[in-house]
Design a protein around this ligand. Structure first.
Ligand code: PLP
Length: 413
């Protein structure tokens, strides 16, 4: 297997746009899907569309079996201890909101503190603001330096404060493309008896995640960023916490018995899965994660991916750092904690104009504030242009990106 053959499994990557081959570099927003995922979604929708956990008929037993098989596939993928620790949600945002509300209801009281960092997506800011407001807690924000790295000394100091209840930070920033030293942060937090939640929306996609090795207490991620359908997500939580947390939503499938006087709740993980889940989408975790694993299991392929990612990082930093008034956020090509994700600003040019022109050249990019307004304003910006790569992208696509970027900047200045 090589990247060229891998791309043939993903129909969208073979598309032509405006008479040119599509160069899809908006992967941090959502990934394109391989045939195996599309086929399963299609065949379940056509032939096995029976609501899960509820009926004795064959359509329901088939979909229930696919849904629970997917839960086990996710458990194995992140090496969780038990499938009781794998909660299906609609995405990272839903997973973080679940913890922010349910963990806070169980463990947070007036005057307690929650730590996040300056480099968070709005999904890992706003749910904590809502929870702090509701439960009377204070939100502490760990600073990052100009190089995009968390200031560890300051983080350590914050952890030492009284009544810190939880740290919630991103594994990899969706703006800086920097891998946080999460193992170090988790060890430091645990040293103070503080649990840690990781926003793994970007982290799950770039390299293996082992929740037992990390020893994180919660890990949240979205299916659509890792080759699975939209509207699918996972909350991993240590059983010891999930057991003590109250349900987030009430409804069908999450109960033991219901009377008007008292309701008892289902065992984990069902306690947190009220109502009809997106069971067809969630079942597709199995082919999606098989695809993700195949990238690392084939030695030749994984070597090719590693080599290409390294040369893309060196090439883009090299080409753009020589351009006047152009800034790439988040370190340099030499830093080992960088994924191929580049947030760029060019003096005198609005990123959305660049993205629009480059789209017409066949290059699909993201522009705007990346749902990270506080982080951008720290760097004195209101918007950036973002190019984000996945293992199915090629070096030639990085060249096409740089060519079209230079041309578009030239047109606009
Ligand atoms: N956290 C990070 C770091 C992200 O990059 C994203 C999405 O881009 C999210 C959270 C939210 O993910 P979703 O919209 O899939 O819930």
């Amino acid at each position: 297997m090589n990247v060229e053959n891998l791309r043939k499994k993903i129909p969208a990557l073979g598309r032509m746009v405006y008479g040119r081959p599509l160069v899809y570099l908006d992967n941090a927003a959502t990934s394109q899907k391989p045939e195996e995922v599309l086929d399963m979604q299609d065949s379940m929708s056509r032939f096995s569309n029976g609501n899960i956990h509820r009926a004795m008929h064959i359509l329901s037993t088939e979909s229930t079996s696919a849904y629970e098989k997917a839960r086990e596939r996710v458990r194995a993928f992140i090496n969780a201890k038990s499938d009781r620790e794998i909660i299906f949600t609609s995405g990272t945002t839903a997973s973080i909101n679940l913890v922010a509300e349910s963990f806070s209801r169980a463990f947070v009281k007036e005057g307690d503190k929650i730590i996040i960092s300056e480099a968070e997506h709005h999904s890992n800011i706003v749910p904590w603001q809502l929870a702090c407001e509701k439960y009377g807690a204070e939100l502490l924000v760990a600073e990052i330096g100009d190089d995009g790295r968390i200031k560890m000394e300051q983080m350590e100091k914050m952890l030492g404060e009284k009544d810190v209840r939880l740290v919630s930070i991103c594994h990899i920033s969706n703006v800086l493309g920097i891998v946080n030293p999460v193992k170090e942060i988790i060890a430091a937090a645990h040293g103070h008896g503080v649990p840690v939640m990781l926003d793994g929306a970007q982290g799950i996609v770039h390299g293996k995640v082992d929740v037992q090795d990390l020893d994180c207490d919660f890990y949240a991620f979205s299916g659509h960023k890792i080759y699975a359908p939209t509207g699918t997500g996972i909350l991993y939580g240590k059983e010891s916490f999930l057991e003590k947390m109250p349900p987030y939503m009430g409804g069908g499938d999450m109960v033991g018995t219901v009377t008007f006087k008292k309701t008892t709740y289902a065992e984990l993980p069902m306690k947190f899965e009220a109502g009809t889940s997106n069971f067809i989408g969630q079942s597709c975790w199995t082919p999606a994660l098989d695809f993700a694993d195949s990238l690392y299991e084939d030695k030749e392929l994984s070597e090719e991916i590693k080599r290409t990612e390294k040369s893309i990082i060196e090439f883009i930093f090299g080409e753009l750092s020589g351009m006047e008034g152009v800034r790439v956020l988040g370190g340099t090509s030499a830093s080992g904690d960088k994924i191929p994700l580049f947030s760029i600003s060019a003096d005198g040019v609005h990123p959305s104009d660049l993205a629009q022109i480059m789209d017409k050249m066949g290059v699909a990019l993201r522009s705007g504030m990346m749902c990270s307004e506080p982080l951008l304003s720290k760097f004195g910006l209101t918007a950036v242009l973002r190019a984000s790569f996945l293992p199915y992208n090629t070096f030639e696509e990085a060249e096409a990106f740089v060519r079209s970027f230079k041309k578009a900047v030239g047109m606009l200045r």
